[in-house]
Ligand binder design. Structure first.
Ligand code: GP9
Ligand code: MN
Length: 696
């Protein structure tokens, strides 16, 4: 027992060295610190304790040593891997399956560091002590019950650990937004086992998949296809596409006033502008993958998964025929601007499979001091600080801005806002209006630049809210602001609040209006493609063009609830949208309802099967070139863009070239106070770029 304890303690200390010296785990509070201190213990005791089941010393000692060596090896390869990729090694990387994780570049020797000796020293010292009999080999067998007791204690400790983790991060394992989080809360061993089980499951599903399984999906998709409205097909042909992702932004914010002040005056203007097609019955359809689910639908035309995030679970390996690649092959430059770390939602890997040429993540911006909040660079700075990259991209481009400031818990530094919040008694609800107001100002500043630079008139700007910002549990508090009695609040009301904005703004256009048809995020890609004059028919997309006369107005939610112009279905209960009351359907109504439910079930399960089994690898739309993720590297984006600019010379269409090789930054006006803050060493997020191997 003493010997096992000694090795456990030594291994625990080594793990803490890795946690605090080598891994960037970004601890935000003392509670997380406590969990981190504890989390290596449970699995180490569990594994090392197995040795106690061996009665004979000649098995006990070698087994214990072997476990220690293997576990040290796992820890150490992760230390090395982290130094290069700022991520943990997944099982599929270890087994060499993954398409996007390149091997360690250069010599791994360059990635070692003098203190690495500490990862092995304990084993050497203990061996020497054993050999020189300073540690005495005890031949007496341990009682079997001791082994059982230790195993049970370890399992109990693990349960406690998991509970603490879930308390701090609900749905830690089901959502898995970032590998770092799992290691931070549960430790490296638990992460590896968890990841191994998932990998095994995915690869099993895939290896059994056959090309023939595509045929049912193809039939469903073809039957659903909705032909474009001829008047709108190609209205934005050859224009730039600028996607503005409005984080956690719900439709009720549009035209809302608090204490007599408009919350989002600029977006309200865009919303009713003649240059904009806006939608007032448009719903988000995300599941646990939240932002990444919205991205999945918008980029691929397929749904997120029923559990967790497609980006994290399948993003490394899946075959996609997605917007970035489609635009790329139509001659567009494609890029994402996002002020959070690239590993979040596994974007750095997934974007390569989607075919994004550039990813300007947190490592491209000064996020120090007050310039960022928990999810990254503040929006006003994101738009302003992206100009230096945007202006070097060749036009036409398809670019996406992922904002973050309007994100739970909706805190903002006092210098960023004077907006007077309501007083509902729920801090989340109150502050939501403040950060939404900030987001509105950020977009307004960006538009000023778009107009000044002339980009506006050459672009289609698509704005959308990715998902709710106020969860159902806070909706009763919100009800007061919406002028509804909180006591009358029910599931029907929750469902109605899942509306988010969708706007296609084309400065200079004059036929825009507010559209009332029902639709959801799954419908965006075919709609956008048709506006751009791109045929969507050959792609496997699960939504339909919102402007088409044949557009299907049944909106599928990830949990199989749905929304339609007449009815709302929540958990099997049907409400009439007209009376807002539960109905008990007649036979004829029931038949219609069943038909809608069947459509929803089929769409979701066909989409899941397509993605889970990676069936697009068997599908080859004519003229579409398969994406090779290894062609993309997201380090040195600016250098890459400038090189292309130089090569093209007079033919370069970047803003910078068009402005006679002068920066356009001075056209940008922002009142962000942080602009004048010096760069400091403190940072609210940890920035790293996985593709940057220069060691800068
Ligand atoms: C983080 C951001 C937030 O990078 O996209 O994601 P969410 O928590 O909304 O899914
Ligand atoms: Mn989001």
């Amino acid at each position: 027992m003493g010997f096992v304890t000694l090795l456990v303690v030594l291994f625990w200390l080594k793990t803490l060295i890795a946690y605090f010296v080598d891994f960037n785990l970004n601890l935000s509070d003392p509670f997380q610190f406590l969990i981190l201190l504890l989390n290596p213990l449970a699995t180490t005791i569990l594994l090392f304790g197995l040795a106690l089941y061996f009665k004979r010393a000649r098995f006990f000692y070698p087994f214990l040593f072997l476990i220690d060596i293997l576990n040290s090896l796992l820890l150490y390869i992760n230390v090395i891997y982290f130094r290069e990729f700022t991520d943990f090694m997944t099982v599929s990387t270890m087994l060499g399956y993954s398409k996007v994780d390149q091997g360690l570049s250069g010599s791994s020797l360059a990635l070692t560091s003098p203190h690495d000796i500490l990862y092995w020293l304990d084993l050497v010292v203990v061996l020497v002590l054993l050999a020189t009999r300073r540690i005495y080999i005890d031949p007496r067998p341990v009682n079997k019950r001791v082994g059982l007791a230790v195993t049970s204690a370890a399992l109990l400790l693990f349960t406690a650990n998991l509970t603490l983790g879930e308390m701090d991060r609900p749905q830690l394992l089901t959502r898995t937004f970032d590998r770092t989080y799992v290691v931070k809360y549960l430790g490296l061993d638990a992460f590896t086992v968890y990841d191994g089980i998932k990998t095994q499951h995915t690869s099993e599903v895939r290896s059994h998949a056959k090309k023939s399984e595509l045929s049912g999906i193809l039939k469903f998709v073809h039957k659903n296809y909705a032909a474009p409205d001829k008047k709108l097909y190609g209205v934005a042909k050859k224009k730039n596409v600028i996607v503005i992702h409005l984080e956690s932004f719900q439709q009720f914010l549009i035209n809302k006033k608090i204490n007599g002040q408009e919350v989002t005056p600029f977006l309200n203007k865009l919303y009713k502008s003649k240059a904009t097609y806006s939608f007032d019955n448009f719903f988000h359809e995300v599941g646990q993958g939240k932002t990444s689910d919205a991205e999945t639908m918008l980029e691929t035309g397929t749904f997120g998964l029923s559990q967790g995030s497609l980006f994290t679970q399948l993003g490394n390996d899946n075959t996609f025929q997605a917007a970035p690649a489609i635009f790329d092959q139509a001659g567009y430059t494609t890029a994402v601007f996002h002020g959070n770390v690239a590993s979040f939602w596994n974007r750095s890997n997934t974007y390569k499979n989607l075919g994004y040429q550039y990813f300007f993540d947190a490592s491209y911006y000064d996020t120090s001091g007050d310039k960022s909040l928990g999810y990254g660079l503040k929006d006003k700075l994101l738009f302003n600080d992206s100009v230096k990259y945007l202006q070097h991209l060749q036009q036409p481009f398809y670019v996406k801005y992922l904002t973050v400031t309007n994100h739970f818990p909706y805190t903002l530094d006092s210098e960023d806002s004077t907006f007077k919040t309501p007083n509902t008694g729920d801090k989340t609800v109150d502050n939501y209006f403040k950060t939404a107001h900030y987001l509105d100002q950020s977009v307004k500043e960006f538009y000023h630049y778009l107009n000044k630079s002339g980009l506006a008139k050459n672009s289609l700007i698509m704005l959308y809210g990715d998902h709710y910002g106020i969860s159902n549990s806070s909706n009763p508090a919100l009800a007061k602001v919406l002028g509804v009695d909180p006591d009358d609040w029910n599931d029907y009301d929750n469902a109605q609040l899942q509306r988010v904005p969708l706007m296609f703004n084309m400065p200079g256009y004059t036929h825009g209006k507010i559209e009332h048809q029902y639709g959801g995020e799954i419908d965006v890609l075919p709609t956008l493609m048709h506006l751009m004059g791109m045929n969507s028919k050959k792609y496997l997309q699960f939504g339909t063009d919102l402007f088409s006369k044949e557009h299907n107005q049944v909106v599928a939610f990830r949990n199989r609830d749905w929304e339609s112009p007449d009815y709302t279905s929540v958990d099997g209960t049907i409400y009439s949208n007209k009376t807002q009351q539960e109905i008990h359907p007649t036979k004829a109504q029931q038949a219609r309802i069943d038909k809608m439910q069947k459509h929803v079930n089929q769409a979701l399960s066909f989409s899941d099967s397509l993605n889970q089994k990676n069936l697009l690898r068997f599908y080859h739309p004519k003229g579409f070139k398969a994406v090779n993720p290894n062609h993309y590297n997201y380090a040195d984006g600016l250098e890459k863009a400038e090189k292309i600019e130089k090569k093209l010379g007079l033919k370069s269409t970047s803003l910078f070239s068009r402005n006679r090789d002068k920066s356009t930054q001075s056209w940008y006006q922002t009142d962000a106070p942080e602009l004048h803050h010096k760069e400091t060493d403190s940072n609210r997020i940890k920035i790293t770029n996985q593709d940057d191997t220069s060691g800068k």
